[in-house]
Design a protein around this ligand. Structure first.
Ligand SMILES: C[S@@+](CC[C@H](N)C(=O)[O-])C[C@H]1O[C@@H](n2cnc3c(N)ncnc32)[C@H](O)[C@@H]1O
Length: 212
């Protein structure tokens, strides 16, 4: 991670009010694909990690039983809470939570985990650990949209800020999902630096391979 959790939180809180109006076409395409692949039923509980101002959370809430939104930036979550209230969504809960510790009750039943444009703030080993934490929630499906490289990125056209972002290759992320007992059932190429990866649990989910 090129910045501490606190530094990332402060950075996002400072731009929270303008965040929704500053996004690229690729970001919007990625959001739409994450929503489409998450596809919760009315009985499903969704955990949205790095939820920010709620792009995924608020879109899935009308379809799902409940959406648990976690983020480190109070400013981003304040925007999300405001929008949830305006939309009359009462099944959404924004609270502090990190990838390494999402702050979810141990007895909470999670069906689907989503995360959009957030995991690339972590170093690759931390991303692997975050994917393990996602798997250990017991979810049957994980949908990850993020900056990730299909091939060597063109240095003249970075889709990310090398000072603060640390994207992985798509291959590294796919391997991290398979290592924790998930099958990658779809990889969507939004851009050569933006991917949506859809992973489904193999088996019952009682144990995550390699977990102690
Ligand atoms: C680019 S925004 C994406 C927000 C939202 N998912 C979206 O699609 O618009 C990245 C978010 O990740 C959050 N974030 C960064 N590092 C995090 C961490 N270690 N744990 C949880 N959230 C984190 C930031 O606070 C920020 O709200």
């Amino acid at each position: 991670m090129k910045r501490s959790v606190e530094e990332h939180a402060e950075r996002f809180s400072a731009k929270a009010a303008a965040y929704d109006d500053s996004k690229s076409a690729e970001y919007h395409a990625c959001v739409n694909l994450v929503i489409e692949h998450a596809d919760p039923s009315a009985e499903d509980v969704v955990l949205d990690l790095g939820a920010g101002t709620g792009a995924i959370t608020l879109a899935l809430a009308p379809e799902a039983k409940r959406v648990i939104a976690r983020d480190i930036s109070e400013g981003m979550m304040a925007e999300g809470r405001r929008k949830a209230e305006e939309a009359g969504l009462s099944n959404v809960e924004f609270a502090y939570g990190e990838f390494r510790d999402p702050n979810v009750d141990a007895d909470a039943h999670i069906d689907i985990v989503t995360s959009n444009f957030a995991l690339h703030h972590l170093a690759d080993e931390e991303k692997r650990e975050a994917i393990r934490v996602m798997a250990e929630t017991g979810a049957r499906r994980i949908v990850l949209g993020d900056v990730a490289f299909f091939e060597s990125p063109d240095p003249s056209e970075p889709f990310y800020n090398p000072d603060v972002d640390d994207p992985a290759t798509v291959g590294t992320l796919v391997e991290a999902f398979t290592d924790v007992g998930f099958a990658v059932v779809a990889v969507e190429r939004v851009h050569d630096q933006v991917a949506v990866i859809v992973a489904e649990r193999i088996g019952s989910g009682d144990a995550v391979p390699g977990a102690e």
